[in-house]
Ligand binder design. Structure first.
Ligand code: INI
Length: 154
């Protein structure tokens, strides 16, 4: 039997981060977590490009544009969608998830999902660096593993 699994090495990788400014108090923490993970795994700081978009709904479109430049090995999508009083939350969280899933089935570079979708500010705090860790860090780690597994298939 042959088993394939990606490692977490970031050596010689160029990574894009696409991040929504909406709820930037939290998304900036996610960016910090993602960068921290990449640098700890030996991605060169000059090989991290961060692209800011207004909100989570704009993330999939810009990922597609970034991928078209053929400069990156993978993308980390970061955003914070927090439930309000209307159904807007459902639209934004569903559409960004669908958009990224669709990109992952069409583009040849992977995108990891670091968009937090939460009901309360407390949950947002917990997922952007407190009790539940930092989902930006987690998304960066998943991306490295996915890129390195992909590279074994070449
Ligand atoms: N964008 C977010 O990233 N998080 C949210 O919680 C949010 N809410 O709740 O409205 C949000 N809306 C903006 C949206 O992503 C677009 O930027 C906007 O609709 C313009 O296209």
């Amino acid at each position: 039997m042959n088993y394939f699994e990606g490692n977490y090495s970031g050596k010689n990788l160029k990574i894009a981060i696409v991040v929504g400014r909406f709820n930037s108090h939290f998304t900036e923490e996610l960016v910090k977590g993602a960068k921290d993970c990449l640098i700890r795994h030996e991605v060169n700081q000059n090989n991290i490009d961060v692209f800011y978009v207004p909100g989570s709904l704009e993330i999939p479109f810009i990922i597609r544009q970034v991928a078209a430049t053929n400069k990156h090995h993978g993308v980390i999508a970061l955003g914070a969608v927090i439930r309000g009083e209307t159904s807007h939350f459902d639209i934004v969280s569903n559409e960004v998830a669908k958009g990224i899933a669709q990109l992952n089935l069409t583009l040849s570079i992977p995108t990891s999902f670091g968009v937090i979708t939460v009901d309360t500010l407390e949950q947002a705090i917990n997922r952007s660096g407190a009790k539940s860790g930092n989902k930006g860090f987690d998304a960066a780690l998943s991306l490295l593993e996915t890129i390195n597994l992909t590279n074994q298939l070449k």
